[in-house]
Design a protein around this ligand. Structure first.
Ligand code: HEM
Length: 192
């Protein structure tokens, strides 16, 4: 089984849980919910991205690593919505992801979310109106190159996973990042 298939299997429940938390299908999904989603994702991305330079192997696997950072896009979108994002989180916190294999697994979660983003976007525009388009840099990350970026990422993932110990570490890291995203979205999106 490819590591990608293993990751899909081991994180299927997590994905269902985050979809439920975001609840983009709700008819009353509003701009506050969208802002809460962006805040939760910012809290997941920012400290993790600050940890990248300490994980040099990650940059060797993915030479385009720094262009995969998304905290700045999330901050931009929040500001466009008139929300002042939480102050920049400058901690180096790899969220329990302390070795490069785990970080690659964590990155699977965040890079994979760019695939779902176009579905979220397709739902968001009719729901919130065309005006929302100024605040969708994060959901539109990679633009036309989205599929290409995903292929580059998964190729690096499969290469790294040819080492059995690394493969186990990738699966651990993906589980940890999904758990973190679930916690952060659950806090950010708590509805009455
Ligand atoms: C309401 C919100 C979401 C919806 C509707 C959604 C929907 C989807 C869909 C339809 C795909 C498959 C896309 C394709 O194969 O081209 C996908 C993939 C994925 N999504 Fe989501 N998603 C959502 C939120 C998230 C979040 C918040 C995360 C994690 C931060 C996430 C992580 C992933 C991952 C890792 C994959 C890749 C699965 C794989 O192919 O291995 N998604 N999502």
């Amino acid at each position: 089984m490819s590591v990608l298939d293993e990751l899909r299997q081991t994180t299927r429940i997590d994905h269902e849980a985050v979809e439920q938390l975001v609840a983009i299908e709700r008819p009353d999904f509003g701009v506050d919910d969208y802002a809460a989603f962006l805040s939760g994702m910012l809290a997941a991305h920012e400290p993790f991205e600050h940890g990248w330079p300490a994980l040099s192997q990650l940059g060797l696997w993915l030479p385009d690593l720094t262009t995969r950072a998304k905290a700045a896009l999330l901050r931009h979108d929040l500001r466009q919505l008139g929300r002042e994002p939480a102050p920049a989180d400058t901690r180096i916190d790899t969220s329990g992801v302390y070795v490069a294999g785990e970080a690659l697994g964590a990155l699977y979660v965040l890079e994979g979310s760019t695939l779902g983003a176009r579905f979220v976007l397709a739902r968001l525009v009719p729901l919130l109106g065309d005006g929302i388009r100024g605040a969708t840099q994060y959901l539109e990350a990679y633009g036309e190159t989205r599929a290409q970026r995903w292929r580059t990422f998964t190729a690096a993932l499969e290469r790294a996973a040819s080492d059995a110990a690394l493969r186990a570490s990738i699966v651990t890291g993906a589980g940890r990042m999904f758990a973190r995203v679930r916690g952060l979205l659950s806090d950010a999106m708590a509805r009455d």
